[in-house]
Design a protein around this ligand. Structure first.
Ligand SMILES: C[C@@](CO)(OP(=O)(O)O)[C@H](O)COP(=O)(O)OP(=O)(O)OC[C@H]1O[C@@H](n2ccc(N)nc2=O)[C@H](O)[C@@H]1O
Ligand SMILES: Nc1ncnc2c1ncn2[C@@H]1O[C@H](COP(=O)(O)OP(=O)(O)O)[C@@H](O)[C@H]1O
Length: 309
C-alpha cells in the first residue's frame, strides 16, 4: 500500500449517489419562477465520493475521477459551497467547530445530466462535515435548501416522494430489488433551459395525484404504477437535445427492459429490469453501441438502504 492509499483508506469519506426521478410531474409555478413538482426520487448504486483528506487553513478542493475534467474546483463548486455554508452555520447558530479541511471529490457521475450529481456532492459534504463536527442531520435540511432544489432529498439519500420545489419530502414505497440501467449520451443539458422549454411548450397538465402504495412487492407491481406516471420534462428536453430519443429507443430495445424514461431534466435516461443482474446483462448488449457513440452507462440496482458510508 502506498502512502496516498493509506491516507485515502483511513480518511473520513462518503458516497454521493445518483438521484433518479422515477416520475416527475410539474404541478404548479411559484411567483419566483420555480416549478412545483411531484416526483419519486430514488438513488442508484452509481456514486461520486467525497473525502476529507486533512485539516487546512481554508476550505479547499481537488477533483479527480472520469468526469473531473469538466468541473472547476472553484468557489462555485457545490462541494465548497456546502462546506462553507455549514461552516458559517456551525460558527453561529449550531455552535460547532469551524476548522477547515481539504476535500477531495472523485467525480464518477456525468455533470448536468439529470441525476443530481452536484446536489449529491453538496449533500455528501454536509453529512461528512456534520459527522466531523457532531452536527445533527436535521440541522442540515435548511442549509441544503439554500444550495439547490435537489439537495434536501440527497441529504437523506433514501427513496422519497418530493413535492414543493423539492423541499417537502415524504417516504417512498419500499422498493423491490429491481435492476437499473443508466445511459447518458455525453451532452450536458441546462436545467433552467429545460424548465423554460416546458413552459413554452404549454406548461402544466392538470391530472390527479398518482397513488403510491407503502411498498412494491415485485418489480412488475412497480412498473404497472410507474406506467401511469411520466416525466413532464422529457418532451421539452428532447426538443433541446434530440439524441435523448435515440438513447430511449436503445434502452427500450434491450432484452428484459420493462420501462425506459428520462431522469430529471435530462439527458440521462434509465431502464428498469427485473434484477440487477439482468440490467448488467442488458448493459453488455449495449456496450458496442455505447462505446462507439461515447455514451456513459452504469448498470446495477437501487441504493435503497439510505446508509451513506
Ligand atoms: C429537475 C430536477 C428534478 O429532481 O433535477 P435535475 O435535472 O437537476 O437532476 C430538480 O428539480 C432540479 O434541482 P436543482 O438542479 O437542484 O435545481 P436548482 O439548482 O435549485 O435550480 C436550477 C434552475 O432550475 C429551475 N428550477 C429548478 C427546480 C424547480 N423545482 N423549478 C425550477 O424551475 C430554475 O430555473 C432554477 O434556477
Ligand atoms: N460538484 C459538482 N458536481 C457537478 N456539478 C456541479 C458541481 N458543483 C457545481 N456544479 C454545477 O452544477 C450544475 C448542475 O450540475 P449537476 O448536479 O451535475 O446537474 P444535474 O442535477 O442536472 O445532474 C452544473 O452547471 C455544474 O457546473
Amino acid at each position: 500500500m502506498t502512502l496516498p492509499d493509506i491516507i485515502s483508506s483511513t480518511a473520513p469519506q462518503t458516497t454521493a449517489h445518483a438521484k433518479i426521478n422515477l416520475f416527475l410531474h410539474i404541478t404548479g409555478r411559484r411567483d419566483d419562477g420555480y416549478h412545483l413538482l411531484d416526483s419519486l426520487a430514488v438513488f442508484a448504486g452509481a456514486a461520486d465520493r467525497v473525502t476529507l483528506t486533512a485539516p487546512s487553513d481554508s476550505m479547499s478542493l481537488t477533483i479527480d475521477g472520469p468526469f473531473g475534467r469538466g468541473l472547476e474546483a472553484d468557489d462555485q463548486n457545490l462541494v465548497l459551497r456546502a462546506a462553507r455554508a455549514l461552516q458559517a452555520q456551525a460558527g453561529t447558530t449550531i455552535g460547532g467547530l469551524t476548522e477547515s479541511f481539504h476535500l477531495e471529490l472523485q467525480k464518477n457521475l456525468p455533470v448536468s445530466s439529470g441525476i443530481g450529481g452536484g446536489s449529491a456532492d453538496a449533500a455528501a459534504t454536509l453529512r461528512l462535515l456534520a459527522r466531523e463536527w457532531n452536527v445533527d442531520q436535521a440541522a442540515l435540511f435548511p442549509i441544503a435548501e439554500t444550495l439547490g432544489a435537489d439537495v434536501p432529498v440527497c441529504v437523506a439519500q433514501r427513496p422519497a416522494r418530493m413535492q414543493g420545489i423539492g423541499e417537502i419530502l415524504a417516504p417512498a414505497p419500499l422498493l423491490p430489488d429491481a435492476g437499473l440501467l443508466l445511459v447518458n449520451p455525453g451532452v450536458g443539458v441546462s436545467t433552467p433551459d429545460v424548465f423554460r422549454a416546458f413552459a413554452a411548450g404549454g406548461g402544466i397538465v392538470e391530472r390527479p395525484e398518482p397513488f403510491l402504495p407503502d411498498r412494491w412487492n415485485t418489480v412488475h407491481e412497480m412498473v404497472v404504477d410507474l406506467n401511469a406516471t411520466t416525466n413532464d420534462l422529457q418532451a421539452p428536453a428532447l426538443s433541446q437535445c434530440p439524441v435523448i430519443g435515440t438513447v430511449l429507443a436503445s434502452i427500450e430495445s434491450l432484452p428484459g427492459c420493462l420501462l425506459s424514461r428520462m431522469s430529471g431534466s435530462g439527458a440521462t435516461c434509465f431502464g428498469i429490469f427485473s434484477s440487477p443482474e439482468s440490467a448488467v446483462a442488458a448493459a453488455r448488449v449495449l456496450s458496442a453501441q455505447s462505446a462507439r457513440l461515447g455514451w456513459w452507462t452504469w448498470a446495477g440496482g437501487f441504493h435503497h438502504t439510505g446508509t451513506s458510508t
